[in-house]
Write a protein that binds this ligand. Structure first.
Ligand SMILES: Cc1cc2nc3c(=O)[nH]c(=O)nc-3n(C[C@H](O)[C@H](O)[C@H](O)COP(=O)(O)OP(=O)(O)OC[C@H]3O[C@@H](n4cnc5c(N)ncnc54)[C@H](O)[C@@H]3O)c2cc1C
Length: 425
């Protein structure tokens, strides 16, 4: 009998896990609380550590309609002319490119690989309107709001940063916390911007890179192209107003809009091209790394496991790594008795890496190093050989070069007694 898995949540993390487990010959059911699984949102970075895995999945990369980024360039934007401050390479010189991709295109490409019946091995079954309310890691089951209880050999919680699944693993709730940072996102067709005098240079700047425009009061705008360069994607990062925890989303958007307009005259003209209602506000949350990522048959992937700030563009990439490693460690398992040791190995591979990236993601693109000594010391525990990356360039290189599938295969080559002794502070 093939192994069975339940995946809770059909976001990028849940779908990537469905692809990896399907390809490992596991029968997958995805439970999604929404009525459909249409993705919302704007563009997203897909760094080399993720594109390497997507290629391993056999994805037709043209479906992503991605734009190749060779660098991230930071500009001081509230001076005339704008001043280039620093540049980070995103080109690691192998066949895994750094892409910027529309989230909807990314989501659809993963969904096709998970459910397309014409592909080899059994397609994942997708059940919408299925809200999971409780987990039983020792029995291997989930309970739905409808009262149904569903059993499987492996349960994967991929239900995003409001997930409570970790409570069944670490024994108490550690909610992801608001950082006070918000991100207002919107897209503008490239053709529309090119018609406006003064914006042509901004569009040309995104030909092969991401641009980050900062001002002297701490706002910054990430700007890059997606969908074969037909769309320009903007994300304005700004702090909540001080002493005001009750501000509505609408008010926060208004504040963001005023700040964008004040950065310089070009950004002021951009506010005239987009309706404020056509923007989307994300409240940025994060959490310190959890002590454990699995218990019994239950594992956590993606934001359910390691919600992080988007400053390194690694949240979804870490979800894809979680997925690929889970597929690699479960592939070929014939007896259910082997599952506990495989999930233990999965946690040993995933926890140090994802936790370190969670902490690195607190560094601002305008600041070249750890934001504070405390986070640096927490992260150092995951680098027992003293090779903690110190600058953003070192952090990026360390993140991008990783080959999650190769690492999992390497782990199997270690002598059996060595499995289980990896760093797990
Ligand atoms: C502003 C911003 C910019 C970002 N930029 C990048 C970037 O450039 N690169 C990058 O790699 N990452 C980026 N990220 C992070 C990335 O978006 C997330 O890490 C990623 O989308 C997480 O995917 P997920 O599948 O874990 O969670 P989600 O996308 O949150 O999916 C969770 C799914 O579970 C479902 N669900 C929730 N609860 C239940 C339940 N009880 N029962 C059943 N279903 C349930 C939800 O409906 C949803 O479909 C960014 C994040 C933000 C906020």
């Amino acid at each position: 009998m093939p192994l069975t898995a339940i995946i809770v949540g059909a976001g990028i993390g849940g779908l990537a896990t469905a692809v990896a487990l399907r390809q490992a010959d596991i029968e997958v059911t995805i439970l999604e609380k929404r009525t459909t699984i249409e993705e919302v949102g704007y563009a997203i970075d897909v760094p080399p550590n993720a594109t390497r895995i997507l290629k391993h999945f056999g994805m037709d990369m043209t479906k992503l309609r991605g734009c190749h980024q060779k660098s991230l360039d930071v500009f001081k934007a509230d001076v005339e002319p704008m001043e280039a401050i620093r540049s980070e390479s995103r080109d690691i010189g192998d066949d895994a490119p750094f892409l910027s991709v529309h989230r909807v295109d990314y989501h659809e490409a993963l969904r096709d690989l998970a459910v397309d019946p014409s592909l080899p091995r059994k397609p994942a079954q997708l059940r919408c309107n299925s809200r999971v309310v409780a987990y039983n890691p020792s029995l291997g089951s989930v309970s739905l709001a409808s009262g149904d209880v569903i059993h499987a050999d492996v349960i994967v919680a991929a239900d995003g940063n409001n997930s409570k699944a970790h409570t069944w693993i670490v024994g108490e709730e550690h909610p992801a916390r608001a950082t006070g940072l918000n991100n207002v996102r919107f897209t503008i067709p490239s053709t529309v911007m090119l018609e406006h005098h003064g914006m042509k240079q901004l569009v040309e700047n995104t030909k092969d890179r991401m641009c980050v425009y900062i001002d002297s009061v701490g706002n910054f705008i990430a700007h890059y192209a997606c969908r074969d360069h037909t769309l320009q994607n903007f994300g304005l990062y700004h702090e909540d107003p001080p002493d005001d925890h009750s501000t509505t989303t609408r008010k926060k958007k208004e504040i963001a809009w005023q700040r964008l307009g004040h950065i310089n005259s070009t950004f002021a003209s951009i506010t005239a091209l987009v309706e404020e209602d056509g923007t989307y506000l994300w409240q940025i949350v994060d959490r310190d790394p959890l002590e454990r990522l699995h218990s019994g048959s239950l594992v956590l992937v993606g934001d359910a496991s390691h919600p992080m700030q988007p400053k390194m563009g690694q949240g979804a990439a870490q979800a894809v790594e979680d997925a690929a490693v889970l597929g690699a460690v479960l592939k070929g398992v014939e007896s259910k008795s082997a599952i506990p040791s495989r999930l233990k190995l999965w946690e040993e591979l995933r926890r140090p890496r994802a936790s370190a990236i969670q902490l690195m993601s607190r560094t601002d693109p305008s600041h070249d190093g750890w934001p504070n000594q405390e986070d640096k010391e927490k992260a150092a525990r995951f680098f027992p050989h003293g090779d903690l990356p110190l600058t953003r360039a070192e952090m990026a290189a360390w993140a991008f070069k990783y080959d999650a599938v190769a690492e999992a295969h390497e782990a199997f080559k270690r002598p059996t007694q060595e499995l289980g002794t990896n760093v797990n502070p």
